[in-house]
Design a protein around this ligand. Sequence first.
Ligand code: GUN
Length: 281
Amino acid sequence: MAKLIEGKLVAKKILDNLSDEILFLEKKPCLAVIIAGNDPASKIYVNSKKKKAEELGIKSIVIELPENCTQQEILEKIYTLNNDDSVNAILVQLPLPAHIDTKEVLEKINPIKDVDGLHSYNLGRIASGNKPYSYPCTPMGIIRLLEYYDIAVDGQNAVVIGRSNLVGRPLSYMLLNANATVTTCHSKTKNLAKITGQADILISAAGQKGLVKAGMVKKGAVVIDVGINRQQDGKLCGDVDFWEVEPDVSYITPVPGGVGPMTICSLMQNTFDLYKIQNRI
Ligand code: GUN
């Protein structure tokens, strides 16, 4: 039987430590979040980020813009936050409305305040094996889970399904930087099962329910499920068919309670780390 990777528990431990460190700061770190439009899932995510920040003593500012806001309006908000010394971290909640050029928006964030690690400066630092100001939150959360459970990465075959800038692409580079042999699969990959079957560490970030089934996974592999999908009954599920795969593997993340809590945990840690960099602590 597989060991469960309990992200909820690991996140709580990390956040408890962070809360203790923040308690002693005279001036508190500050996270600003820009949300544009009415995407219900984004609203829930932003509320939970705000709530978690406040629980930890991190100041949070939420800037809400309407669905029909202009590119210029978003860029002006970023300009103001970049120049506000009391703001340490800026996050633009994705997805932005379809008429907005997301790449341009992310590129306008000052890299030293880029708490999501999505600016090309930070992504480029990761891709070139250098330290960025921030690592993207979900990949960072996954690396922390592997560390917490003492799961070796060095020399292992790691297969990542998904090549998004948010998860698959940076995670592939981070695993490579940790000396894994990395294969990044995506929607055009041929014979996915043959590749996933060779993974010592298999990470699925495709957002496709039922994608990873028994028979696609090597015996004893470590399986990390980044997917957040809805079942017909409304319950959340990942990309991995948990009950089919679980008997064959050594470690597996549940959905919910696996990677999800680690993403928000990394966001809080990144906010604090940027605060320290900016204040030379
Ligand atoms: N939308 C879904 N996940 C994320 C995330 O990690 N960061 C941002 N900015 N938007 C998201």
